[in-house]
Write a protein of this length. Sequence first.
Length: 69
Amino acid sequence: MGKITKETIIMDVLMMDRKTAPIFMNHGMHCLGCPASSGESIEDACAVHGIDADKLVEDLNAFFDSKDE
């Protein structure tokens, strides 16, 4: 699987694995069901919510990497 980047669409990540939802929520992104999440990049959403996009992407990739082990 390719790496998650800041340009990755939030809904695409959730569709890869719904278990990523708590990762988003732990970073303060509680609006996963809003219509914007279906077309908004991680970077754009983080900018709106004042969240560190680099750390979120790092945690998402760590989650997927751990699944591959």
